[in-house]
Design a protein around this ligand. Structure first.
Ligand code: PMT
Length: 224
């Protein structure tokens, strides 16, 4: 019987946006729907992996056959990822994590004021960069959403965050990015390989991306 390529592997996938609270009724977030991350988690599971999907707030049905951990903020996501990181073989960071959060969370609903208002923001922890510093045997795969020079900035992030792969979407392409059913991406590896994928449904793309990575990593994946 032919074994599935990710059998015996533990895969963590993050998906969706994070929400950073301003007060009890308001938050800062982005347009990620979770579709790309859910597709990656389902594809990894179909390829035999034991998958943990760490999901920000999305409106998607929970996929079966894998563990879903729901989180809200970048800080929650960080904690959930770190709790499972040591045991993981592959980490895929499809989530659109907020880079900034309100410096203070108002305990009461903020009242309207006359004139303008300013919300001060502070940086969140870069989860992927932290994993890049901690990683030992893990294969670390990031995503990047860029509006200009997608491939150039993507390659820079591989180095800066110590990644094995980055999947870059040009979110200005009408068939790509946040909320869409389809995506258009380029898979870049730390070895300098560079593989473009044309527009296709995120579910189909997720399989093609994983198969491509499994092929490039076949020795490493089979050794573990
Ligand atoms: O969810 P969909 O609607 O299907 O849309 C899919 C998507 C466009 C959100 C997805 O394909 C995607 O590109 N996700 C990453 C978006 C992003 O946050 O890119 P970035 O260039 O800002 O971040 C680069 C990487 O660092 C990402 O892997 C991100 O998860 C990670 N990061 C970023 C900030 C932070 N504080 N911690 C992180 O780990």
């Amino acid at each position: 019987v032919k074994q599935l390529p990710l059998e015996g592997k533990k895969v963590i996938v993050t998906a969706g946006p994070t929400r950073e609270r301003i007060d009890p009724v308001r938050y800062v977030s982005n347009f990620s729907s979770g579709k790309m991350g859910y597709a990656m988690a389902e594809a990894a599971t179909s390829l035999g992996a034991e998958t943990i999907l760490i999901s920000g707030p999305v409106g998607l049905d929970k996929p079966s056959g894998l563990t879903v951990i729901d989180v809200e903020s970048a800080a929650d996501m960080y904690e959930a990822v770190l709790a499972h990181f040591d045991d993981a073989d592959i980490i895929i960071k499809s989530a659109a994590v907020a880079d900034y959060r309100p410096k203070e969370i108002h305990p009461q609903k903020m009242k309207k004021q006359t004139g303008d208002s300013v919300i001060e923001l502070e940086r969140t922890t870069d989860i992927l960069k932290t994993l890049g510093e901690k990683k030992t045997h893990q294969l670390l795969i990031g995503f990047a959403a860029e509006t200009t020079n997608a491939v150039g900035y993507g390659a820079g992030k591989i180095e800066k965050k110590n990644l094995d792969y980055i999947i870059v979407n040009d979110v200005m392409d009408p068939d790509a990015g946040f909320g869409k059913e389809t995506n258009v991406v380029t898979l870049l590896s730390k070895n300098g390989t560079h593989q473009p994928f044309h527009a296709m449904p995120k579910k189909e793309l997720a399989f093609m991306l994983l198969k491509s990575i499994i092929q490039e990593e076949s020795e490493r994946i089979n050794d573990r």
